[in-house]
Design a binder for this molecule. Structure first.
Ligand SMILES: NC(=O)c1ccc[n+]([C@@H]2O[C@H](COP(=O)([O-])OP(=O)(O)OC[C@H]3O[C@@H](n4cnc5c(N)ncnc54)[C@H](O)[C@@H]3O)[C@@H](O)[C@H]2O)c1
Length: 260
């Protein structure tokens, strides 16, 4: 037995997209801590600035809006790692695009291209590598509570996240025969470094206090815990599922009526 055999991802080879981002970055570092070998994909500039708390992540630039870029990034990652066991798709465009009646063609196309088509192309590339390896694998998509609930002024984002929920299930069904388990994590409001003050803005802070059962925004590490579980042997009978990590935001209505 190796000294590190208690680690939950020993010997696993993982790709994380959005690895320079708040959630993807912490997942990449958590996987490395669990002894996985990790390739972190993101746009070149954020990737060059990413530090991962000192974890040994191999950076690999990708533009999720560009099919050729995704194909060559995955070819290079699979060659670097000598195969692939785990994919996490955390790369995405976030934010609002105005009232649905006024959404521009450009915004619609951008969100769907990066968030939905980019996720599909990443999953397809990973699935082909996992099938070729013959040892199954894990695909973990990052959806959102917006996969199931809308919010004002975010139609393209919300539609892209709803698409990811059904893509996850379709992949789970089609890849089960290859031993590839596919699940989604649906985060609620998570405070991330590239927008640290987002949930401190007074209107949003008040909303968080009212709509989140736990009355606070979450931390990226609270998403990484679910990702490690879904990547590990502990989740061997879990596929086509969603783990919602949202402080109870989707469990509650009329939160403003709480007394305590
Ligand atoms: N933070 C939250 O409150 C929250 C809530 C629900 C879901 N999510 C989801 O979690 C995931 C990670 O989000 P985050 O909060 O860490 O945001 P983030 O902005 O910190 O990370 C997203 C990453 O995606 C990368 N990215 C954007 N466009 C890209 C492209 N064309 N090619 C390659 N990379 C690209 C960005 O560079 C960034 O590093 C996203 O899917 C987001 O929708 C976040």
């Amino acid at each position: 037995m190796s000294a590190q055999s208690h680690l939950r991802l020993s010997g696993k080879r993982a790709v994380i997209t959005g690895a320079a981002g708040g959630i993807g970055g912490v997942i990449a570092a958590a996987f490395a801590r669990e002894d996985a070998r990790v390739v972190g994909m993101d746009l070149a500039a954020p990737l060059a600035a990413a530090r991962w708390n000192g974890a040994a992540i191999t950076p690999c630039p990708v533009d999720l809006a560009d099919r050729a870029s995704i194909a060559s990034a995955f070819a290079s990652a699979v060659a670097t790692l000598g195969g692939l066991d785990i994919l996490v798709t955390a790369g995405a465009l976030k934010g609002g695009s105005g009232n649905a009646a006024d959404v521009t063609d450009e915004d619609w196309d951008r969100y769907i291209a990066v968030n939905l088509t980019g996720t599909f192309l990443s999953c397809r590339a990973a699935a082909k590598a996992m099938i070729a390896g013959g040892k199954g694998g894990r695909i973990i998509t990052i959806g959102s509570v917006n996969s199931f609930q809308s919010e004002p002024g975010a139609a393209p984002y919300v539609a892209s996240k709803g698409g990811i929920a059904m893509l996850t299930r379709a992949l789970a069904v089609d890849l089960a025969g290859h031993g590839i388990l596919v699940n989604m994590i649906a985060p609620g409001p998570i405070a991330v470094p590239n927008n640290p003050d987002q949930y401190r803005e007074p209107k949003l802070a008040r909303a968080i206090g009212e709509i989140v059962a736990l009355r606070r925004a979450g931390e990226p590490a609270e998403i990484a815990g679910a990702a490690v579980y879904l990547a590990s042997d502990e989740s061997s009978y879990v596929t086509g599922s969603t783990i919602t990590v949202d402080g109870g935001v989707s469990a509650m209505i009329f939160g403003a009526m709480r007394d305590g």
